[in-house]
Ligand binder design. Structure first.
Ligand code: CP
Ligand code: NVA
Length: 337
């Protein structure tokens, strides 16, 4: 029987090491089918709702193309298109969507909303990012790590930057479950809350992952296999640029930091994207005018270097979202993991 059938993916903590590893391996398999042009329409005739309160390029595009490749019909329901959050409660919206759709993706602010959608819709709900977690991103990220190093266990990831955002939470907890050594390299003010660290520590005791939360860049990146960055200002906190730039400049991923790993032969750079690495956008120009900086979390030099795997990682969003949807909705035969 299928241990995934009918389940939602709301946060990584609800899945075992074996289950997460299965989703990574299944993503790899689906990527091979796609590359060979072999059809994989596990969700033929299904309807998928894509709810977005926040903007998105990768998550939306990945859910859309993944649905179509799996034979399903995706329907985008943006924040300004539907009643949710204005005229209708989450509970009522969930009950209606669950009568029409076979699965629901939600991206937004509150984790509570994605949990309520799962509670009241009666169909699998996939968290496409909330303020707290970004679980679908994790399957793509650890697939990318596995592609580069042949495994995720025992690999060392140093995430540098805002240690309190969704990405930091998800990487810390997912790495701890999977046995990947996780380091959060961040100033004290932006290190994860105790509750998240304790959750990760409990998982790490079981998996053997080594965890390190530090404001010391030298210690934090020494021996790392992956340098990982995310934006310094997440969606919904756009008033925080000034304080974040001040706090996080020492944590920028640049060539000096690459050298500090002393591990350049076994090193990759990852970023969930979008990235602020040059002023080549309207947004970038505004930041430059206001704060006089051309790069934030990663320099353009590192971004375009031989270490960069961020576009493989972006592509892997599609393969991994396919795996997540097919496993939870496809009535597939999946041996108990
Ligand atoms: N990484 C990621 O979630 O990208 P989008 O915000 O473009 O979906
Ligand atoms: N921390 C970022 C991730 C974007 C994929 C944000 O929430 O904006």
């Amino acid at each position: 029987n299928n241990v995934f059938q009918g389940r939602s993916l709301l946060a990584e903590k609800d899945f075992t090491k074996e289950e997460l590893q299965y989703l990574i391996d299944f993503s790899q398999h689906l990527k091979e089918l796609k590359q060979k042009g072999i059809p994989h329409e596990y969700l033929k005739g299904k309807n998928i709702a894509l709810l977005f309160e926040k903007t998105s390029t990768r998550t939306r595009a990945a859910f859309t193309t993944a649905s179509i490749d799996l034979g399903a019909h995706p329907e985008y329901l943006g924040a300004n298109d539907i009643q949710l959050g204005k005229k209708e409660s989450t509970e009522d919206t969930a009950k209606v969507l669950g009568r029409m759709f076979d699965g629901i993706e939600f991206r937004g602010f509150s984790q509570k909303v994605v949990e309520e959608l799962a509670e009241f819709s009666g169909v699998p709900v996939w968290n496409g990012l909330t303020d707290e977690w970004h679980p679908t991103q994790m399957i793509a990220d650890f697939l990318t790590i596995q592609e580069n190093f042949g495994k995720v266990e025992g690999i060392t990831v140093a995430y540098c930057g805002d240690g309190r955002n969704n990405m930091a939470h998800s990487l810390l907890v997912t790495g701890a479950i999977l046995g990947t050594n996780m380091r959060i390299v961040a100033p004290k003010e932006l290190q994860p809350e105790a509750e998240i660290i304790e959750m990760a520590q409990t998982f790490a005791e079981k998996s053997g992952a080594e965890l390190l939360i530090t404001d010391d860049v030298n210690k934090g990146v020494a021996g790392a296999n992956v340098l990982y960055s995310d934006v310094w200002v997440s969606m919904g906190e756009e008033d925080k640029f000034e304080e974040r730039i001040k706090l996080l400049m020492p944590y920028q991923i640049n060539m000096e930091m690459v050298h500090k790993t002393q591990n350049e032969d076994h090193l990759i750079f990852l970023h969930c994207l979008p990235a602020f690495h040059d002023t080549n956008t309207k947004y970038g120009e505004e930041i430059y005018k206001k704060f006089g900086i051309k790069e934030m979390e990663v320099t353009d030099e590192v971004f375009r270097s031989k270490y960069g795997r961020q576009f493989d990682q972006a592509e892997n969003r599609m393969h991994s979202i396919k795996a997540i949807m097919a496993a939870t909705l496809g009535n597939l035969f999946i041996p108990r993991v």
